[in-house]
Design a binder for this molecule. Structure first.
Ligand code: GLY
Length: 255
């Protein structure tokens, strides 16, 4: 059984943190509708949905991915790089502690879940404005004993590592090479985004299927040519808050 942990959209979404996109008006009701369809897509892929209530104090709370990273052995509770987002972690930790031992990232470390991409026993960690060296070192020390190889990947011009690279299937990554040094991805095959779709490298893998934004048709065509099974969703309002498909859930494979 697989659980998808989500959080409802805050009425204050428009006050979200922004790093690389311009602030634009956000229609919260439309964002909620799109988020509901996203949850339906997750349910359609066999996930049991566990949704936390929105908390108006935390505009970015819907981007629950940044608060924790769940491995088979342990759930790492992050210390988000944006100070405004740090209180989001406690309610997530409370839920995850029912599934896994939880281990926190401590000060001075910062780590956003959006900067962590696991593929098999390899864990790529973005060195970003949100994730610092102490956060990376703490994650490595938590995971090394469980047999993971933790690799730092410097990123540029984007918010998180998973803005620039996500996993499509075992051994195959979807990548925007402009936003990272792809030599850090040694050992993986790479499918590049269409150059007209720089934000198109974020896909959410659920088993052997993918949830993907409908905003990147050229890249989607490349993915379909590679034989991938894709369900598209419209997350245009959440994209204005610098969110994408991986940001809105934490996937927990139940043991
Ligand atoms: N608005 C998404 C984030 O900055 O964390």
């Amino acid at each position: 059984m697989r659980t998808a942990l989500t959080r409802e959209v805050s009425a204050n979404l428009a006050q979200c943190e922004l790093s690389h996109v311009e602030r634009m008006p956000i229609d919260v009701e439309k964002a909620r509708l799109q988020h509901g369809l996203y949850k339906e897509a997750l349910a359609g892929m066999g996930c049991r949905i566990r949704s936390l209530p929105a908390d108006g104090d935390y505009p970015d709370g819907v981007f629950v991915e940044d608060t924790a990273i769940v491995f088979d052995e342990v759930a790492v509770i992050t210390r988000p790089g944006a100070v405004s987002r740090r209180p989001e972690t406690s309610s997530v930790r409370d839920v995850l502690s029912r599934f896994r031992e939880t281990v926190p990232i401590e000060s001075p470390g910062t780590l956003d879940g959006g900067d962590v991409l696991s593929s098999g026993r390899t864990v790529l960690v973005g060195s970003s404005r949100r994730t610092n060296q102490s956060g990376i070192d703490q994650l490595r020390s938590i995971l090394t004993g469980h047999g993971y190889d933790v690799r730092a990947v410097p990123i540029r011009q984007c918010l998180h590592l998973k803005s620039a690279v996500t996993s499509l299937r075992d051994g195959l990554l979807l990548v925007n090479r402009e936003w990272l040094d792809s030599s850090c991805l040694r050992g993986f095959d790479i499918l590049s985004v269409d150059p007209r779709e720089p934000f198109g490298a974020n896909a959410l893998r659920i088993g052997d299927r993918l949830i993907y934004s409908d905003a990147y048709p050229e890249t989607r065509a490349r993915m379909e040519s590679a034989g991938l099974s894709i369900v598209t969703v419209d997350l245009s309002e959440l994209a204005k808050a610098e969110g994408a498909v991986t940001c809105c859930s934490i996937i927990i494979d139940e043991k």
